[in-house]
Design a protein around this ligand. Structure first.
Ligand code: NAD
Ligand code: MG
Length: 387
């Protein structure tokens, strides 16, 4: 299908998803990049600006904005900063699709602003749906915009649902690689170091999500993400450990048929699918060879060793502001672990402690979500500095 070109903006362009989105742009010259935003990696962003020529670029601090302006003084690019900058980018008239490749709840406001402005969302930023799914999904329906999943599992479900009716879903089979510690016991996890947790067997991703994959917190967040994206109850979302990461997830329908999407683990496929849906564009790369592979295997997750998954289901069942506590506590605990301030098992312990003292707010507003996030951050910092 020839289309005249689609204009996109990327929040988080210097990260793992952001750079892979730009690789997809490189192979699809009819994609135009209208705006890019990053945290503080000014050098990388400047190089991206020179190559992709957006009209607007955003960074988080005013100091980074000054450095960026100096770096690209010869170009005609508007440099913006802070939340205001992200919001300005989210609603740029030229943009048709906003790619949310930023980490954390910072993505909530720009995502809402973009939906209100009628933009489709290619959503990688799962934290936004986990914490504010009850706001985002109805708003998207009301404004008639599409939330196109970038997360590989959700893209697989979305691809499996193509042409099918969502009310015929019997069960979602959400696959998980099991991470680097699959098969270990809790005792064996006590000595895990940062370097061990950063070795993902199949996927290459940002640091935080790599640790989240090892604790199965990522899978827990994905269960909540799936619930919102596809409107399916938690009881009908089953996590299946599948160490080869070939089946990226599947849907079991009311007649018993299971439709799955398979492929090599490469985020560029779900990114490209989201950007061109319903078109399926060609993409170069390694293909799955069933003979080379020999077999696909499946296991039940072990919720006693990987408490992250158990706590996620608990947070999702309690609902309201509890998923925000789960997510914020994990975010802060993982940062502390990556800084070598706490042990590996302490991550899920801290999430459990933060959840057990939280009084749930039903249907929280964005302000309440962000307040809950802040309170949870403070709680975790207080706990850890108090050791
Ligand atoms: P990353 O850490 O590699 O990149 C994050 C990006 O966000 C960077 O460009 C960073 O500069 C930017 N950023 C951070 N704070 C910012 C701020 N205040 N203002 C503007 N930009 C800011 O993360 P990632 O692995 O690419 O993950 C991005 C999102 O996608 C996460 O929600 C993650 O859960 C999700 N996701 C990632 C993968 C993957 O393969 N990496 C897969 C599925 C889903
Ligand atoms: Mg995923």
């Amino acid at each position: 299908m020839q289309d005249k070109g689609k204009s996109i903006a990327i929040l988080g362009s210097t990260g793992s998803i952001g750079t892979q989105t730009l690789e997809v742009v490189r192979s699809n010259p009819d994609l135009k990049v209208a705006a890019l935003a990053a945290g503080s990696n000014v050098e990388k962003l400047a190089a991206q600006i020179r190559e992709f020529k957006p009209a607007v670029a955003g960074v988080w601090t005013e100091e980074a904005a000054r450095r960026l302006r100096a770096e690209i003084a010869d170009l005609d690019v508007k440099v913006v900063s802070g939340m205001e900058g992200l919001l300005e980018i989210a609603v740029l008239p030229k943009v048709q699709v906003l790619v949310t490749a930023i980490v954390g709840m910072i993505g909530i406001r720009p995502t809402i602003a973009a939906i209100e402005a009628g933009k489709d969302i290619a959503l990688a930023n799962k934290e936004t749906l986990v914490t504010a799914g009850h706001i985002i999904m109805p708003l998207a329906r009301e404004r008639g915009v599409s939330i196109l999943p970038v997360d590989s599992e959700h893209s697989a479900i979305f691809q499996s649902l193509n042409g099918e009716s969502a009310d015929r879903i019997e069960k979602i089979l959400l696959t998980a690689s099991g991470g680097p510690f699959r098969g270990r016991t809790r005792e064996q996890l006590a000595a895990v170091q940062v370097e061990d947790a950063l070795k993902h067997p199949n996927w290459s991703m940002g640091r935080k999500i790599t640790v989240d994959s090892s604790t199965l917190v990522n899978k827990g967040l994905e269960v909540m993400e799936a619930k919102w994206l596809f409107g399916v109850d938690l009881d009908r979302i089953q996590v299946v450990v599948h160490p080869q990461s070939v089946i990226h997830s599947a849907v079991q329908f009311a007649d018993g048929a299971i439709i799955a999407q398979m492929g090599t683990p490469d985020m560029k496929l779900p990114i490209q699918y989201a950007l061109f849906y319903p078109d399926r564009r060609p993409m170069a790369g390694k293909r799955v060879d069933f003979f080379e592979l020999g077999q696909l295997t499946f296991e039940k997750p072990d919720p006693d060793t990987f408490e992250g998954l158990k706590l996620a289901y608990q947070a999702a069942r309690q609902g309201g502001s509890m998923p925000t506590v789960f997510n914020a506590a994990n975010e802060r605990a993982v940062a502390l672990f990556l800084d070598k301030k706490i042990s590996y098992l302490r991550i899920t312990e801290l999430i459990g402690e933060a959840m057990s003292r939280h009084r749930v707010i039903e249907c929280p507003t964005v302000e309440q979500i962000l307040e809950t996030e802040q309170m949870t951050y403070e709680y975790i910092s207080g706990k850890v500095s108090g050791i």
